[in-house]
Design a protein around this ligand. Structure first.
Ligand code: IMP
Length: 416
């Protein structure tokens, strides 16, 4: 038995799905512990690209059970869309989806509130995915939230939702004119809630049963360390703890049961939404990374901001999460660059979660390898300069590299 976690070391979109997919081969269970439909894993089903938002990537392998843990906020409408999409592709889901009855629910009201809060923040807007994540977690902390277990009693659910709508209108958070559209969405919400009810169960007992049975469990993180509500670049963060400390509360397990934690880092840096980004490139190199890396948000399709690899943030992420190894993704995107920079530290001693907006990055410049590495499958066969680039990152982050991804296909991966 082992519990292995795969978490993002940057601002999300590090390519966690690909690493999870590679590691799934040895797993019997894949679990998510935080976040919700703000995540987006682009995956290939046959020839067709599809995006998973709430279901763990393990759902594609029919021998794997999937847990949506207590720490998540779950949108029934979006979840039903994902399930229907899998059914369309004839992927069997029977008995494989287990949703924690204690996870909180994202209702249509939360999505409307997310959008209206963003508008009211004006130039201070977070740039959220507008999936209702913040408002749902706010209700959880205020102890006014709706949990998955509440979906089992439809008449009570209806009256709670209608009360909440009345309150939101009287407090001026939702306009009277939005009411009709919301009522239409309520119908979809109730239908979806009924359909996902059979998947709702006590996942705490289940996960401990899996542990007792000696099953291999893979924990899949969403977003990334710098989007963590406490340790990220607050307030431009998501509303959950994305770091390893939250795996325990998000799934109901003790820290000693987690054996390995892999931190996933893109070979450069990207960010969607607002907030500090010390190594951001407003230059042709930034445009190159955006184009060549096809850097568009999987959930909102926004262009991702791009920049050089930031080892100051990387080292911080290693410490906060206790990464036992790291995976570097999209190394092939750097193939055509003559020179590549890495930020080694901040010249003014700025600290990531405290004053990242003041950081003055110090760079070293390494020569590029100027050839395609997409077909390389062994570390030793990489160009010397690519190996130097990776060794430099490894040295700065003080964590061993265990995986390198050199393309988007499943087999384009180097394991060390
Ligand atoms: P929220 O999680 O929708 O509230 O958005 C808060 C911030 O996190 C925004 O900057 C989003 O762009 C960012 N964010 C949320 N989920 C992801 C993700 O899966 N990848 C990258 N950024 C994300």
């Amino acid at each position: 038995m082992s519990i292995l976690a795969v978490l993002g070391g940057q601002w999300g979109d590090e390519g966690k799905g690909k690493i999870v997919d590679a590691l799934c081969e040895c797993s019997e269970v894949v679990a998510r512990f935080q976040g919700g439909a703000n995540a987006g894993h682009t995956i290939l089903i046959g020839e067709e690209e599809t995006i998973l938002h709430q279901l763990p990537s393990g759902i594609l392998r029919e021998n794997i059970d999937c847990i949506l843990g207590t720490g998540m906020v779950i949108d029934p409408i979006s979840l039903m869309q994902e399930i229907n999409n899998l059914k369309k592709h004839e992927i069997g889901i029977n008995g494989r989806i287990h949703i924690s009855l204690l996870a909180h629910v994202v209702t249509p009201i939360h999505k409307t509130l997310d959008a209206s809060r963003e508008t009211s923040l004006g130039s201070m807007a977070i740039g959220t995915t507008k999936r209702g994540i913040g408002p749902s977690y706010s209700d959880k902390i205020s102890r006014t939230g709706i949990r998955m277990i509440d979906l089992r009693n439809l008449s009570l659910l209806k009256s709670r939702l209608e009360d909440k709508l009345r309150q939101s209108i009287s407090q001026g958070f939702i306009l009277e004119t939005e009411k009709n559209d919301l009522f239409k969405e309520f119908d979809d919400f109730y239908k979806a809630s009924e359909k996902i009810s059979p998947f709702i169960e006590d996942t705490i007992s289940l996960v401990h049963q899996y542990i007792d049975e000696g099953k291999n469990i893979l924990v899949e993180g969403a977003q990334g360390t710098l989007l963590d509500i406490d340790y990220g670049s607050y307030p431009f963060v998501t509303s959950s703890n994305t770091v390893s400390g939250n795996i325990c509360t998000g799934l109901g397990i003790g820290p000693k049961s987690i054996d390995n934690i892999i931190g996933v880092f893109k070979a450069y840096a990207t960010r969607v939404g607002a907030g500090s980004f010390p190594t951001e490139l407003d230059t042709p190199e930034g445009d190159y990374l955006q184009r060549r890396g096809n850097e568009f948000g999987a959930t909102t399709h926004r262009k991702r901001r791009c920049g050089w690899f930031d080892a100051a943030l990387g080292k911080y992420a290693v410490k906060i999460n206790g990464f036992t190894s790291i995976a570097i993704t999209k190394l092939d995107v750097l193939d055509a660059l003559e020179e590549i920079k890495i930020c080694t530290h901040y010249e003014n001693g700025a600290y990531p979660s405290i004053n990242l907006n003041e950081a003055v990055p110090h760079y070293i410049t390494l020569p590029g390898w100027s050839r395609s590495i997409s077909n390389v499958r062994e570390f030793d066969n990489l160009p010397t300069r690519a190996k130097e680039y990776l060794k430099t990152i490894e040295g700065l982050l003080e964590a061993p590299i265990s995986h390198i991804s050199v393309g988007k296909e499943r087999h384009q991966i180097i394991e060390i």
